[in-house]
Write a protein that binds this ligand. Structure first.
Ligand code: ZN
Length: 112
């Protein structure tokens, strides 16, 4: 029954891992911003989402927050909590299964 939610959470967590590497290399080059990948549930999504590294760090501070292109959110699983840019939105997972799964897969969870 929860299979779809778990699959969605895994897809989004995978995009998050990609963005962690984008943020790392941007930092290495002393960039202030970067083009991140959209962290939505569509595995074929190739949308780029611009954000400053500060904005990105703010998203990552909460394990249930994700950076998406506008209108890529799934209203039954996540709600928009912030619109840092006209080409980006920050969503929060309110679906319990998705939230639990993305928290478990959070690469920063151990760092706390
Ligand atoms: Zn997307």
């Amino acid at each position: 029954m929860d299979e779809r939610e778990v699959r969605i959470a895994h897809t989004e967590a995978l995009f998050r891992d990609v963005n962690e590497r984008i943020a790392e290399s941007a930092e290495r080059f002393n960039a202030r911003d970067a083009e991140f990948v959209c962290e939505c549930a569509d595995p074929t999504c190739a949308e780029r989402v611009p954000a400053t590294l500060d904005q990105y760090e703010e998203v990552r501070a909460d394990g249930t927050h994700f950076l998406l292109a506008p209108d890529h959110e799934l209203p039954e699983l996540e709600r928009v909590v912030k619109r840092p840019h006209k080409r980006s939105v920050v969503v929060e997972k309110f679906n319990a299964v998705v939230a639990r799964t993305v928290r478990r897969l959070d690469p920063r969870a151990d760092a706390v």
